[in-house]
Every structure is written in structure tokens, then in C-alpha cells.
Design a protein around this ligand. Structure first.
Ligand code: AMP
Length: 222
């Protein structure tokens, strides 16, 4: 199964991607994480992408498309892929469709996590990620068991540099003018699954699994 998660910053996309990856044995492909690693490693891609990321702008399509197409080629025995943060516009979606078609594969579902803008602003102000691996927490909706520490690896929790109020507003503007058009793009293909992202984390996971017609959730929670 090949899934795309579409959702604004703060919609819970990263959290759901992590869960679905484990439940469905999908290879994760998170464009923001790959870019942040490239920046940290100082690669040519990272150096080129950094100014755009610092401003909260989209990285140019040619750079991001090349990076993602290279990453999705490495399936490492997974049963499919879960894309988080890519595509962010229709040009990227077309490039992805072309590559899948060349490989005689297809995207099965594009899941849109629907959360109103006011709730996103509220959530983003409480968002923390772990320094070691980017695991996502929210002080209000998904707090860590131990304050300031990641449940998974114990590393310190930090706020992202682009989670300032101005940059958050700018990134949400881009989402609601540009990325949101992907819902029409995938609806026309009959692949859009719209999920209410305002529920509890477990409820949202269940709604996605019900929608994509998979059922490992009950087994996974015992
Ligand atoms: P994210 O962690 O998904 O919020 O991504 C962080 C930043 O990386 C974004 O604000 C963009 O600057 C850049 N980025 C991530 N994915 C994409 C994409 N598909 N297209 C363009 N820029 C991206």
C-alpha cells in the first residue's frame, strides 16, 4: 500500500505517519526530516534548501522532487511507502505519479487530515520534537510521559526553529493556498480520504485504517 498524508503543520501528520508506518510496515518518507538531515550534514542540497526553510517557504520543486524520487527507490523490504510532507503542490504530485507509473505502481490513498486553522495555530505553539530523531509531541494533546524527554529515546525535546508565530502563519498561508489544491487533484483520481483530524490520536489512526480498509489496529493494541 502506498499512502500520502496531506495535512497542514500541526495537523498531526507526523504522529500519524509514524503510527501507520509501524502498523502497516510502510517505509516512511518525510520530506521535512530528509531536508533537515541534509542541512545538518551540510550537503549541497541542504545548503541550497536552507534559506527557503529558514523563511518557511517551499524549497524549489526541482530540488525536492530529485531528493524524494531518490529516497523512494530504497524500499528496504517494506510493503509500501508513506509519504509525509510530499507532495506539497500539484507539480510535485504529477512528478510522483509519473515515477510510480514508470515502476508500474500507484498511490493508493491520499489521506487529508482536516483541522481548522485556529486549532492548528493553537497546537503549533505547543509542539516539541525530540533532538535525536524528530519524534513529535504536543504539550496539550500528546505530552511526553516525562517532562522535556522523548518517550522513545529519552533525548531532550526542543521547539523547531521554524515554529515561531510569524513563520507558522506564513507556512499555514502556503498550505491553505497551494497544498490544499492536492485534495482536488486526488479527489478527481478517486483516491482522496478526508479524515477529521480533531479527534484523539487513536481515533484519527482508526479512522485512517478504516478508510484505507486495513485492520491491524486491534491486533496491534492487543
Ligand atoms: P515540514 O517538516 O514538512 O514542515 O517541512 C519543513 C520545511 O521543509 C518546509 O517549511 C519547507 O521549507 C521544506 N519542505 C518540506 N517538504 C517540502 C516539499 N514537499 N516541497 C517544498 N518544500 C518542502
Amino acid at each position: 500500500m502506498n499512502l500520502i498524508l496531506i495535512g497542514a503543520q500541526g495537523s498531526g501528520k507526523g504522529t500519524q505517519a509514524q503510527r501507520l508506518m509501524e502498523l502497516l510496515n510502510l517505509k516512511p518518507c518525510a520530506s521535512g526530516d530528509l531536508l533537515r538531515k541534509a542541512v545538518a550534514d551540510g550537503t549541497p542540497l541542504g545548503q541550497a534548501a536552507r534559506p527557503y526553510m529558514d523563511r518557511g517557504d517551499l524549497v524549489p520543486d526541482d530540488l525536492i522532487i530529485a531528493m524524494i524520487l531518490e529516497d523512494i527507490a530504497k524500499m528496504n523490504g517494506s510493503k509500501g511507502i508513506i509519504l509525509d510532507g510530499f507532495p506539497r503542490n500539484v507539480a510535485q504530485a504529477r512528478a510522483l505519479d509519473e515515477r510510480f507509473a514508470e515502476r508500474r505502481q500507484a498511490i493508493d490513498w491520499a489521506v487529508y487530515l482536516d483541522v481548522p486553522r485556529a486549532a492548528l495555530l493553537d497546537r503549533l505553539s505547543g509542539r516539541y520534537i525530540c533532538q535525536a530523531d524528530g519524534h513529535v509531541y504536543n504539550l496539550k494533546t500528546n505530552p511526553p510521559r516525562v517532562r522535556g524527554r522523548c518517550d522513545v529515546d529519552g533525548s531532550p525535546l526542543v521547539q523547531r526553529g521554524d515554529d515561531t508565530p510569524e513563520k507558522i502563519a506564513h507556512r499555514l498561508d502556503i498550505f491553505f493556498t497551494e497544498t490544499i489544491r492536492l485534495t482536488d487533484y486526488y479527489a478527481v483520481q478517486g483516491k482522496l480520504l478526508r479524515v477529521d483530524g480533531m479527534g484523539a490520536v487513536d481515533q484519527v489512526t482508526r479512522a485512517i485504517l478504516d478508510g484505507v480498509n486495513a485492520a491491524p489496529f486491534d491486533r496491534a493494541v492487543g
